[in-house]
Design a protein around this ligand. Structure first.
Ligand code: ARG
Length: 568
C-alpha cells in the first residue's frame, strides 16, 4: 500500500536536508478533516533554523515537490504544514489490498525476531482468579499480535508451582486433610486449608518453620512431599485447562517455577563469582541499596530457593533456549519491584547485553469489585470459571430477550459473554485499575465487546441484503468520497500501523480503542448513507466498504482473543 506519511516525510526531508525517518516520527494526524490528513509541526525547528515556525512552514510549502496524484493540497496553518491526500487513491489502495489479501494487515516486519511472553502463570493449588485473567488476556492478545506481525513468539505459562506456599499446604494437609471433602473439589478444599494455615502461621513461629522445612524437603526430593505436590499440581492443571479452553488460550511452554529447581545452582555460582552475593542473617542476598531498592533474596537461610532465583534461572534458560529479542512479563503492578530487582541482578549473570536490554515488565492494574480489592489469602476472590460461566448465562438472557428465535443460542452466548469479559480487560490503558461491573461490560451500545460484535453482525446482514459482496472491479472509488466513508477508509488504512503501535508499547488497548472507533464510524456511516440503493454503483461501493469494516473488526477482535458470532 502506498505510504503517504513516508512520501510526505521524504519530500520534507529534501527541503530541510534532514533525516526523513526523524521527520516521519514527528508527523501528526490532525483531529478534524479541515486540517488535512497529515500535519508537520515546525515548532521544534525554530531554534536550529532561527526562524519563526509559520515562516518555516511557508518555506516548506513553497519549496516542496510532491506528486499531485498523491498529495492534492498543501496548506499552512500557524506553524503547521497540512497535507491533503488524494482520497480516491486512498480508497483504491485500501480496498484493493482488502480484495487481494486474506489476512488484511498481516505483516512480516517481525521476521527473524524472537519474542518470549510470560503470561497467565496462575498458582497451583490456588484458585485461578481474576488477576490471572488479566495476565492471560493481555498476554494472549500480545501473543497474537506479535505473531500477526511476523515475529516468532514463544508463549510461556510460568506456573506458580513451587515455593513456601507448598510447604504450607503440605503441612495443612497433614494436620487437617481429613476434615475436608477432598474428592469433590480439591482446589476448594486446598484453598480453605491454605487460608487456615496462613492464619495459624501468624500466631505460631514453630509451625511456620515446619512449613518452610517442608518446602526444603520438597526441593530435596522427599517422597511424601513430592507425591502430594504432584497430586496438587495435576488436579490444578485440569482446573486451569477448563478456563483456557473457554478463553482459547494457548502456550508453547508450560515450564513453571519447579522446572528451574535444578537450574538455580548455576545462578548462585554466577552471582558468587560476581562478588556481589553477600550473607545476611544466614541468607544470601544481593544488596541493591545503591539502586534505591530493597535487597534481592537469592537463597533463604535454610538453603531453599526463592521466587527471584527461579526467575533468574528462567532468564538464563530463555536467553539460551530462545535467543530472545524481547522477553515480556505480564503481571499486575504489585510485582514492579520484583522485576526491577531481578532485571538488575540479571546484569551480574554475564549474559550478552542484548538479553538484558530485552527484558521488560508489562504491568497491569487491579480488578476492583464495587466492594473493593480481591485477595486469595482472605478468600474474597471470585473464581474465574464461575465468572465466565456467569458472563455466558447473562449474555444468554440478553440475547433471549432481544432475539428469541435465533438459532445456536449457546454458541452465540459463549462468544458474547466471553468476548465481553475479554474486551473489558483490554479496553483501557493496562496500568489503570479496572472496575468489574456486569451492566457496563455487557452493554450492547457501550464501548464494549458486544458492541463490536453487534456492529460486525450488522455488516453481515447488510451484505446479505445486498445479496453478497461485489467484486472489486465493480467498485468505483469516487462513490466513497463523503466524510463518513473517508473516515472509515482512513481507519482501515491505519490498521497495520495500529498493530505496530501495540507492540511498541505492549498496549493492546490501542487496538481495542481503534476497534471501537471503527465500529462507531461505521454506525455513523450506516445512519448517514443509504447502502442498499437504486444506484448500483453507489450500492456496490458502500457494500464493499461494509465488507471491509466487517473484515477488520473480525481480524482485530480475533487478535484480542474475541470470537465473532455471525448473528446475535
Ligand atoms: N505466579 C505468579 C503470581 O501469580 C506470576 C508469575 C509471573 N511470571 C514470572 N516469571 N515471575 O503472582
Amino acid at each position: 500500500m502506498i505510504d503517504f506519511k513516508k512520501i510526505i516525510a521524504e519530500a520534507i526531508s529534501k527541503v530541510l536536508e534532514m533525516d526523513a525517518l526523524e521527520i516521519e516520527k514527528t508527523i501528526e494526524k490532525p483531529k478534524g478533516p479541515d486540517n488535512g490528513d497529515y500535519a508537520f509541526p515546525c515548532f521544534r525547528l525554530a531554534k536550529t533554523l532561527r526562524k519563526a515556525p509559520p515562516m518555516i512552514a511557508d518555506d516548506i510549502k513553497a519549496k516542496i515537490k510532491v506528486n499531485q496524484d498523491e498529495i492534492t493540497k498543501i496548506e499552512v496553518v500557524g506553524g503547521y504544514v497540512n497535507f491533503f491526500v488524494n482520497k480516491e487513491l486512498l480508497a483504491s489502495e485500501v480496498l484493493n489490498k482488502m480484495a487481494k489479501e486474506n489476512d488484511y494487515g498481516k505483516s512480516e516486519i517481525g521476521n527473524g525476531k524472537n519474542i518470549v511472553i510470560d503470561y497467565s502463570a496462575p498458582n497451583i493449588a490456588k484458585p485461578f482468579h481474576i488477576g490471572h485473567l488479566r495476565s492471560t488476556v493481555i498476554g494472549g492478545a500480545l501473543y497474537n499480535i506479535y505473531k500477526y506481525l511476523g515475529y516468532n513468539v514463544i508463549g510461556i505459562n510460568h506456573l506458580g508451582d513451587y515455593g513456601t506456599q507448598f510447604g504450607k499446604l503440605i503441612e495443612g494437609y497433614k494436620m487437617w486433610g481429613n476434615e475436608y471433602d477432598l474428592e469433590t473439589d480439591l482446589i476448594d478444599a486446598l484453598t480453605q486449608i491454605y487460608i487456615r494455615v496462613n492464619e495459624a502461621c501468624k500466631q505460631d513461629e514453630e509451625l511456620l518453620n515446619r512449613c518452610r522445612d517442608n518446602f526444603k524437603k520438597l526441593e530435596d526430593g522427599d517422597t511424601y512431599c513430592v507425591e502430594l505436590w504432584n497430586r496438587f499440581k495435576d488436579l490444578s492443571l485440569k482446573e486451569f485447562q477448563k478456563v483456557y479452553d473457554i478463553l482459547g488460550t494457548k502456550f508453547d511452554s508450560w515450564n513453571g517455577e519447579a522446572f528451574y529447581s535444578d537450574k538455580m545452582d548455576e545462578v548462585v555460582e554466577l552471582l558468587e563469582k560476581s562478588g556481589k552475593l553477600v550473607k545476611s542473617e544466614g541468607a544470601k542476598i544481593i544488596d541493591l541499596e545503591d539502586k534505591g531498592m530493597a535487597p534481592c533474596l537469592i537463597e533463604k537461610s535454610n538453603g531453599s530457593s526463592t521466587y527471584a532465583t527461579r526467575d533468574l534461572a528462567a532468564i538464563l534458560y530463555r536467553a539460551r533456549t530462545y535467543d530472545y529479542d524481547k522477553a515480556l512479563y505480564v503481571t499486575s503492578y504489585e510485582q514492579v519491584l520484583h522485576f526491577k530487582q531481578i532485571f538488575e541482578v540479571a546484569k551480574l549473570l554475564g549474559l550478552d547485553q542484548k538479553y538484558i536490554d530485552g527484558l521488560e515488565h508489562v504491568p497491569f492494574g487491579m480488578v476492583l469489585l464495587p466492594s473493593g480489592k480481591m485477595s486469595t489469602r482472605e478468600g474474597t476472590s471470585i473464581k474465574l470459571i464461575d465468572l465466565l460461566t456467569e458472563a455466558i448465562s447473562r449474555a444468554k438472557a440478553i440475547i433471549e430477550q432481544k432475539n428469541p428465535y435465533i438459532g445456536n443460542k449457546d454458541e452465540i452466548s459463549r462468544k458474547v459473554g466471553v468476548g465481553a469479559v475479554i474486551f473489558n480487560d483490554l479496553a483501557n490503558n493496562r496500568v489503570k485499575d479496572e472496575v468489574f461491573d456486569w451492566d457496563t461490560i455487557l452493554n450492547f451500545q457501550g464501548e464494549t465487546g458486544p458492541y463490536i460484535q453487534y456492529t460486525y453482525v450488522r455488516t453481515k446482514s447488510v451484505i446479505e441484503k445486498a445479496q453478497g459482496v461485489p467484486t472489486i472491479e465493480n467498485v468505483h472509488m469516487k462513490e466513497l468520497l463523503d466524510d463518513a466513508s473517508i473516515k472509515i477508509l482512513k481507519l482501515i488504512y491505519e490498521f497495520e500501523d495500529i498493530l505496530i503501535q501495540v507492540t511498541d508499547k505492549n498496549e493492546p488497548s490501542i487496538l481495542s480503542r481503534y476497534l471501537i472507533e471503527l465500529a462507531k464510524s461505521y454506525s455513523n456511516f450506516y445512519n448517514e448513507n443509504k447502502i442498499i440503493n437504486e444506484d448500483k454503483n453507489l450500492q456496490n461501493a458502500r457494500v464493499y466498504l461494509t465488507y471491509s469494516v466487517g473484515n477488520v473488526l473480525k481480524i482485530g477482535a480475533g487478535l484480542l482473543g474475541i470470537e465473532m458470532p455471525e448473528q446475535m
